[in-house]
Design a protein around this ligand. Structure first.
Ligand SMILES: [Zn+2]
Length: 405
C-alpha cells in the first residue's frame, strides 16, 4: 500500500525535508503551501489559475461551509471537490479558530461549542463528532479535529484549560473518525458515486488511500505545555500533526524561538503542518525547522490590498512611485499577469477599484508562492536551501515592530 507520507530528501544544513503526502485525491509534494478557500473559493481565482500556479492542495473551512452553503447542498453536489470543481486534495480546518474569532460565542464546555453565526445570528452547535462527520460527508482529504484556540498573550491557567479540552476533543474526534471511515457509508468514495464527478488526477493514487486525520498541538507559548499536549496526542494514532495557536498575534521573534524545538519533537515520519503562517521568509524558515505544510490568506488578502510579493521584495502598487512605471509587477516572474500588464496599469486599476486589479495581484502572488515552494523543495533536494534562506532574508526582513513589538 502507498505510504501516507514519504520523505524523499533532507537538507544537511537544517531540519528541512522534502516529501510526498498521499491523499485520496492525489499526491502533494511537500513542503507545500495551501491557498485558503474559506468559502469554497480562493478569492478572485479560478481553479485553472490555481493549477497554473502549481498549487496542489487547497484549504477550506468547516465553520464557513457548514453555515453556507451547508451540508445538504455539498452532499447534493457530490462533495466539496465536485462542488468547486477542484480535483486535487483539500484540507479542511475544523472551524475552531473561526468560532473563537468570528462568531459570537455563547457557550463552550467539554461537550462542544454553541455560537451565533456571524451571517444571521442563528444559533449553532459544534461538537468534535459533528465536525468530523461534516468533513467526511463533504469528502475532505485531510480532516482537522475541533480545537480550542487561544489568543496571545494567554495566561498559563487558560492555556492549560485549552490544552485539556483540545486533548479530550482530539480523542473523541479520532474515535468518530475511525467510525465514519470504517462504516460502509463513510468508506464510500464520493467520487465513485457520481458519474459527472472529476476523476482522481494522479496515477500514483492506489486503492486503499483513505482520508487523513491530523492532531493539533496547542499550548500557547509554553514549551512544556506543548510537549505535554503532544505526549497526550501521540498514542491516539493521528496521521500527522498540526501546530496550532501560532500566528495569533505573538511577536515573530517569539514564534521562531519556540518553533525549532516544538517542531523537532513531532514524530519525524509524519507530516507537520504549521497553521496560519505565511510570509515568504516565515515559510522558508519554518521549512528549515522541518515543517511540511502551510496555509495563509496573505497572498490573496494582500493582493486585494495592492501588495505584491516579488523577487525584489514587497511592493505596494498603490504607491505614487508606480504611477508611470511601465515594468511588470515582477520582472523576474513568468506569470501571465507579469507577462501582460504593467505596474502603472495595475496601479490605475487599483486606484479605480477595478476588479481586474485585485485578480491580477492575487494571481501573481499565488504564483509567487507556488514558485517559492517549488524552490524550497528544490533547495532541500539539492542541498541548497541555505542560499534561498539568505536571499529571502535580504528581501523580506521582518519589520522591526514585527520582530520586537
Ligand atoms: Zn507575476
Amino acid at each position: 500500500m502507498t505510504p501516507v507520507f514519504e520523505i524523499t530528501a533532507r537538507d544537511s544544513q537544517s531540519q528541512a525535508r522534502a516529501g510526498k503526502l498521499t491523499t485520496p485525491h492525489g499526491v502533494v509534494n511537500t513542503p507545500a503551501f495551501m491557498p485558503v478557500g474559506t468559502q469554497g473559493t480562493v478569492k478572485t481565482l479560478s481553479i485553472e489559475e490555481l493549477k497554473a500556479c502549481g498549487i496542489e492542495i487547497l484549504l477550506s473551512n468547516v465553520y464557513h461551509l457548514s453555515l453556507r452553503p451547508g451540508q445538504k447542498v455539498l452532499e447534493a453536489a457530490g462533495g466539496l471537490h465536485c462542488f468547486m470543481a477542484w480535483e486535487g486534495p483539500i484540507l479542511t480546518d475544523s472551524g475552531g479558530f473561526q468560532v473563537f474569532s468570528l462568531a459570537s460565542l455563547r457557550t463552550i464546555n467539554d461537550e462542544g461549542v454553541i455560537f451565533s453565526s456571524h451571517l444571521d445570528g442563528a444559533v449553532h452547535r459544534l461538537t468534535p463528532e459533528k465536525v468530523i462527520e461534516f468533513q467526511r460527508a463533504i469528502g475532505s482529504d485531510i480532516l482537522m479535529p475541533l480545537d480550542e484556540c487561544v489568543r496571545y498573550p494567554c495566561e498559563r491557567p487558560e492555556a492549560e484549560r485549552a490544552v485539556a479540552r483540545t486533548t479530550g476533543w482530539a480523542k473523541r474526534s479520532r474515535e468518530s473518525f475511525m467510525k465514519v471511515i470504517s462504516s460502509p457509508e463513510g468508506a464510500r468514495d464520493p467520487l465513485r458515486d457520481f458519474s459527472a464527478a472529476p476523476r482522481p488526477r494522479n496515477d500514483e493514487m492506489k486503492d486503499g488511500v483513505r482520508p487523513l486525520l491530523f492532531g493539533i498541538v496547542q499550548g500557547a507559548t509554553y514549551p512544556d505545555l506543548r510537549q505535554e499536549a503532544l505526549e497526550r496526542l501521540l498514542p491516539m494514532g493521528f496521521d500527522g500533526f498540526a501546530l496550532g495557536g501560532f500566528s495569533v498575534g505573538e511577536p515573530r521573534g517569539l514564534l521562531f524561538e519556540l518553533l525549532p524545538e516544538t517542531a523537532s519533537r513531532l514524530p519525524a515520519e509524519k507530516p507537520r503542518y504549521l497553521m496560519g503562517m505565511g510570509e515568504p521568509l516565515d515559510l522558508v524558515e519554518a521549512a528549515a525547522c522541518g515543517v511540511d505544510l502551510f496555509d495563509c490568506v496573505i497572498p490573496t488578502r494582500h493582493g486585494r490590498n495592492g501588495l505584491a510579493y516579488t523577487w525584489e521584495g514587497r511592493l505596494n502598487l498603490r504607491h505614487a512611485a508606480f504611477e508611470t512605471d511601465p515594468k511588470p509587477v515582477d520582472p523576474a516572474c513568468e506569470c501571465w499577469a507579469c507577462r501582460t500588464y504593467s505596474r502603472m496599469y495595475i496601479r490605475h486599476l487599483l486606484k479605480s477599484d477595478e476588479m481586474l486589479g485585485l485578480r491580477l495581484l492575487s494571481f501573481h502572488n499565488v504564483w509567487f508562492y507556488g514558485r517559492l515552494m517549488a524552490m524550497i523543495r528544490l533547495g532541500v533536494t539539492r542541498n541548497q536551501l541555505t542560499g534561498l534562506r539568505e536571499r529571502l532574508a535580504n528581501l523580506y526582513q521582518p519589520r522591526l515592530e514585527e520582530a520586537f513589538p
